[in-house]
Write a protein that binds this ligand. Structure first.
Ligand code: F6P
Length: 524
């Protein structure tokens, strides 16, 4: 069965939200809090180790109930069931969307179990030192060669779980930038390095080119038949991986029904597993599984991904906010934003609806941000006093992982102070100097989590996966394809041929032709 395809702007709820927006557009949260001190109690969700406060939003009871009505009218509940039951909701690619099946501990598919077993055994051999390189030495370094979903998830998680890591050092080669590849290889010893070539398609230009460069580098010291000790692949394209020279035993599977940007839970997480051990990897999966159950079963009123998605729609489509920020108060989460950028923007950056019609409303939130407190000393000025409305998620942890309580208290004092300053501004204070005036009334969500454990990290990532799913359903777009990345790839083949043959006249665009002419002139 196809996903429902309902134009959200034609629903009763949307029309009511438009009217409602006009009534509360100028409402000040500061005043609303004064009138209702219970607001913080009312607009919060407690779930496992998570405490989500969404009281600092420009909403009333009515806003929330209309947003839930919108979710009902676009048949969100039915869409959630369709996703989890494996229907082919990625219609433009005729695929199911089942990354949740990779962590479904209640009903695990045999192929998922087998893949997990394979990465468990392999990672144990690497960590114990039983897997030897071609000179008999244990592996000390792992390089994940992959890009997009085959890079961002593993890198974000290995960074985030640094506290749980063992002695194996993990590196990432993603960019086709040859200087970066050389810099990384210069620090590595082929005798003790394992390369994991990660590519669902095994056709991605950057990954195949980089893997070939790395293989050449390796063969300067090692021999052809040493490759199997140092190169493994993670791919859905077994044939492609074999043609590259990777033996069948060294190929870890990926499924057709897992999109690249949702694949860190699959064999794509092999580098994570080697870095933190299988037990921690499994905990990560369990955390995501718990969030899946919460999303699937909880009423919308208490459903964290649903509530956060609806609030985001409220700002994007009614307040016309152009972007939203995510600020995690943990250096461990410094790669969270690039990860979310692919997940959210590759999924929902679409302008054709599920009926094939061009949409006449805004979709696709722009996500940006960085870690706190660093961000306070960079772009927070704009959040506080700029002209743009930028709803922001603040993510923080009650407990630090090491014992520096003093620093952690300062970190978290800033975390709480910023959401308060954004909301309250200088309301009710006499400010003579206009440059020191703060309007306040800036919306934030506070996601307070007990501790950064593998399990809680899994839940946090799954929360954002489900949030973007809800938004795609409401916007009536297909969130699980990415046709938008194809045109550039095709043109790049032509520009590369032009550069190699030094024949810019073959280029259609006069501007590009002139640029390539200049490029060739400058480099020679
Ligand atoms: O170019 C976009 C994309 O297709 C992403 O969706 C994907 O995560 C990335 O490229 C890498 O793809 P692959 O894993 O097939 O190399």
């Amino acid at each position: 069965m196809s996903l429902p395809s309902i134009n959200p702007t034609k629903t009763e709820a949307w029309k009511a939200l438009e009217k409602h927006f006009q009534q509360i557009e100028s409402q000040e949260m500061q005043q609303v809090f004064l009138e209702n001190p219970n607001r913080a109690e009312r607009f919060k969700i407690e779930w496992q180790d998570f405490y989500v406060d969404y009281s600092k939003n420009r909403i009333t009871e009515k806003t929330i109930s209309l947003l839930f009505k919108l979710a009902e009218e676009v048949k969100l509940k039915e869409a959630i069931t369709q996703q989890f039951s494996g229907e082919k909701i990625n219609e433009t690619e005729n695929r199911a969307v089942l990354h949740t099946a990779l962590r479904d501990f209640d009903n695990m598919k045999p192929e998922v179990k087998a893949a997990l077993q394979k990465i468990k055994l392999f990672s144990e051999k690497i960590i114990s030192g039983n897997h030897k390189g071609y000179t008999g030495k244990a592996i000390t370094d792992i390089v994940n060669i992959g890009i997009g979903g085959s890079h961002l998830g593993p890198e974000m998680v290995t960074e985030a779980l640094q506290f749980y890591r063992n002695h194996i050092k993990i590196h990432f080669i993603a960019n086709i930038d040859g200087d970066d590849v050389t810099e990384k290889l210069n620090k590595l010893n082929p005798e003790t390095t394992l390369f994991i070539v990660v590519s669902k398609s095994f056709t991605t230009q950057e990954t195949i080119a980089n893997a070939s460069v790395v293989r050449e580098w390796f063969l300067k010291k090692g021999a052809e038949n040493d490759i199997q000790k140092h190169f493994v692949a993670v791919s859905a394209n077994e044939k492609g991986a074999k043609e590259f020279g990777i033996s069948e035993d060294n190929i870890f599977p990926m499924q057709d029904w897992v999109g690249g940007r949702f694949s860190l839970w699959s064999s794509v997480g092999l580098s994570v597993c080697c870095a933190v051990g299988f037990k921690n990897f499994e905990e990560l999966l369990k955390g995501a599984f718990e969030m899946d159950n919460h999303f699937k079963k909880e009423d919308f009123e208490k459903n964290i991904p649903v509530v956060l998605a609806l609030l985001s729609i409220w700002y994007n489509n009614f307040f016309k906010a152009e972007s939203e920020a995510v600020v995690a108060y943990s250096q461990y989460l410094n790669k969270l934003v690039p990860y979310l950028q692919q997940a959210v923007m590759e999924s929902n950056g679409k302008s054709v609806d599920r009926n094939g019609e061009k949409v006449n409303y805004q979709t696709g939130t722009i996500v940006w941000g960085n870690v706190g407190s660093n961000s306070q000393h960079a772009y927070f000025q704009l959040l506080h006093q700029g002209t743009k409305l930028i709803p922001t998620d603040f993510i923080g942890f009650s407990e630090p992982l090491h014992d520096n309580i003093e620093n952690h208290n300062i970190l978290m004092a800033n975390f709480f102070a910023q959401t308060e300053a954004l909301c309250e501004g200088t309301y009710n204070k006499k400010v003579e100097n206009p440059f020191k005036y703060f309007e306040g009334n800036k919306p934030t969500n506070t996601i307070l989590i007990k501790k950064l454990t593998p399990k809680n990290l899994g839940s946090l990532i799954a929360l954002y996966e489900h949030k973007l799913f809800v938004q795609g359903i409401i916007w009536n777009i297909f969130s699980f394809d990415q046709w938008g990345v194809e045109l550039g790839k095709t043109i790049a083949k032509g520009t590369l041929a032009t550069i190699e043959k030094r024949e810019p006249s073959a280029i259609v665009s006069a501007s590009t032709q002139q640029l390539i002419n200049k490029f060739l002139e400058l480099k020679s």
